[in-house]
Ligand binder design. Structure first.
Ligand code: UT7
Length: 326
């Protein structure tokens, strides 16, 4: 027997207001055709008054707890990936812990790995669960990217949206010899700070004393994304002793439909195995993987027993992938 982190349930949340490409085109110099052709994005959700990263995260977490049939009081670890926290500190995870009514005293912290934040959070929670530091965890990706955008910069502002996704993980003893045993099988994370100028915020508490705005050299990010993602996917498959054809679903970071197509092609994965929600949600940074996962669980695509690959790449650069039997 071996201790594994098993996904017990998932949830997600979106702001009330949907914004189409056509609506954006009335405010900035862009077109629906350009956005759809270059990115696959048709719609995004934008947070309004009273909606913050913490409120979206809390709603997603509540739904994940309901799906798992686990009470907030039984959660002893919350790891939240975000680059758009409600405040510089305390960590948004602690706001969520309080809002959910979790017992005080558990572990709660944020991870800053931008679009890879959920993957970094999942790996961290998995490690803590397997050492026995905690028993039941919420791993959340939540963002209000709209508040970090330069709405005058059409090369970035059309790409992002707001939202949150969450999973409940539980440490469970499983039979390691059973190939159908559930849980997180293998995860690999990477970072390369040498590429930090390709995707970054042009401000921060310790430099400008401001939050700053998102800046990106899109074409170069695109090129790195396809190479890094294909390589980490192969690395995780090798580590788990699986091949691309064993995978039932790939749940990628939703940055650009063309990146998803190119990565799937490189690995020989049929496009119908790739969960795509970028058309509806745009790029929600750390929220995008759990949001896409929850969407595909709730619409019946991902079923118990499926082999699911999560993958993401973001500013830093940071990137990673995780293979999970759900
Ligand atoms: O989440 C982290 C990971 N992020 C990503 O993975 C993003 C990766 N990059 C991308 O998805 C793509 O590079 C973009 C969608 C950002 C851009 O697509 P592209 O095909 O690389 O276009 P480009 O940046 O080379 O721009 C092509 C043209 C330019 O015009 P000129 O110089 O050729 O005349 C831009 O000014 O498109 C123009 N353009 C726009 N036109 C209409 C840029 N943004 C827009 C816009 N509407 N919103």
């Amino acid at each position: 027997m071996t201790l594994r982190s098993v996904i017990r349930g998932s949830g997600s949340a979106l702001p009330a207001r949907a914004v189409s490409n056509a609506e954006l085109a009335t405010q900035i110099d862009t077109t629906d055709e350009w956005i759809v052709e270059r990115t696959g994005i048709r719609n995004r959700y934008i947070a309004g008054e009273g909606e913050t990263t913490a409120t979206l995260a809390t709603e997603a977490a509540q739904k994940a707890l309901e799906a798992a049939g686990i009470a907030a009081a039984d959660i002893d670890l919350i790891v939240l990936g975000t680059c758009s926290p409600d405040q510089t500190f305390p960590a948004t995870a602690t706001l969520v812990q309080h809002a959910l009514g979790c017992r005080p005293g558990g572990i709660a912290f944020d991870v800053a790995a931008v679009c890879s934040g959920f993957l970094y959070g999942l790996a961290t929670a998995d490690a803590l669960l397997r050492t026995g530091a905690a028993k039941r965890a919420l791993v959340i990706g939540a963002e209000t990217m709209s508040r970090l955008l330069d709405w005058e910069d059409r090369t970035t502002c059309v790409l992002f949206g707001d939202g949150a996704g969450a999973v409940v993980l539980e440490a469970v003893e499983v039979d390691a010899g059973d190939p159908r045993a559930p849980g997180i099988l293998e995860t690999r994370l990477h970072a390369d700070g040498g590429q930090r100028d390709l995707l970054y915020m042009d401000g921060g508490p310790s430099t400008t004393g401001t939050v700053g705005k998102v800046r990106m050299k899109g074409r170069e990010v695109f090129r790195h994304a396809v190479v890094n993602l294909a390589s980490v996917l192969e690395e995780v498959l090798d580590a788990a002793g699986q091949t691309a054809s064993d995978v039932d679903w790939v749940v990628p970071h939703q940055a650009n439909a063309r990146i998803l197509d190119a990565t799937a092609r490189k690995l020989g994965l049929p496009p119908e195995k790739v969960v795509i929600t970028v058309d509806r949600h745009a790029n929600t940074s750390a929220a995008s993987v759990p949001l896409a996962f929850d969407t595909a669980v709730r619409d019946g695509r991902i079923k118990p027993g499926d082999l699911v690959m999560f993958e993401a790449m973001g500013g830093g650069f940071t990137w990673g992938a995780s293979l999970v039997r759900v």
